[in-house]
Design a protein around this ligand. Structure first.
Ligand code: DC
Length: 233
């Protein structure tokens, strides 16, 4: 009896870009979990290399010093959306990478071309081996890292909504200071959008979703629908 030829389903690559506080991480993790895909938080990788620079006394405002050290730390990302992990030289840094010091330094470190080249290579190799798909969230995924992604989404939200969401993730005194959170986000956006190498930008073929008035569930639904439309096309 002849068996029908079966073709393996192609890996589906989903790029979700946008500034902080637009719901990128929550959306990306939930979409990946729903579809049985992997999940890669590329911001965590830039935070991890920044954490290593600070821990090793590298002057993060000296691009030459950062460039020289960029190849040294071994950064490993675990892509299970239910429990994403990130280690540097074998140490779990998922907590330390969220500190204020790392957040304040990450834009300067991630603007250095040698850092971007290193982390971009890492991201591409993770995406290349993903099965049956992966949701990759960041700033330049659709535009630079994975320009052939099957689905590209660019999330936006008003500055007020973004600051309120980010405040909700912070604790105690930091959370109370909404104006300071909004100012810090604006500063980081400016640095991330104006760096020379691979700035935060919407890819021409990305679908822009303004999440200001949407619930998280609505954003998730919207992205899942875009992916399913693409898969059935
Ligand atoms: O998503 P996040 O806030 O954790 O990202 C931290 C920083 O990392 C962000 O301010 C800019 C940088 N980043 C980047 O340059 N490119 C990416 N693809 C993701 C993050």
């Amino acid at each position: 009896m002849e068996t029908a030829a079966r073709t393996a389903p192609a890996t589906v690559i989903v790029a979700i870009d946008g500034p902080a506080g637009t719901g990128k991480s929550s959306t990306s993790k939930a979409v990946a979990a729903k579809l049985g895909f992997g999940y890669l938080d590329t911001g965590a990788q830039y935070r991890a290399i920044t954490w290593w620079m600070l821990a090793n006394g590298i002057d993060v405002n000296d691009p030459a010093a950062v460039a020289t050290a960029a190849a040294k730390p071994a950064i490993v990302s675990g892509t299970d959306p239910a429990a994403p992990t990130i280690t540097v030289d074998g140490t779990d840094v998922s907590g330390p990478i969220r500190t204020k010091d790392v957040t304040a330094a990450v834009s300067a470190v991630s603007a250095v071309p040698e850092v971007r080249a290193r982390i971009t290579d890492l991201q591409r190799s993770i995406a290349a081996t993903a099965e049956p798909g992966i949701v990759v969230e960041g700033r330049d995924i659709g535009s630079t890292v994975l320009p052939d992604a099957d689905v590209k989404v660019f999330l936006t939200a008003s500055p007020e909504a973004r600051a309120a969401r980010r405040s909700g993730e912070l604790k105690g005194k930091e959370a109370a200071d909404l104006a300071a959170t909004q100012a810090a986000l604006a500063k980081r956006d400016h640095a991330d959008s104006n760096r020379k190498t691979s700035p935060l930008t919407k890819a021409e073929d990305a679908v822009e979703v303004d999440t200001t008035e949407l619930t998280l569930d609505q954003v998730i639904e919207c992205v899942v629908t875009l992916i399913e439309e693409k898969r059935s096309a």
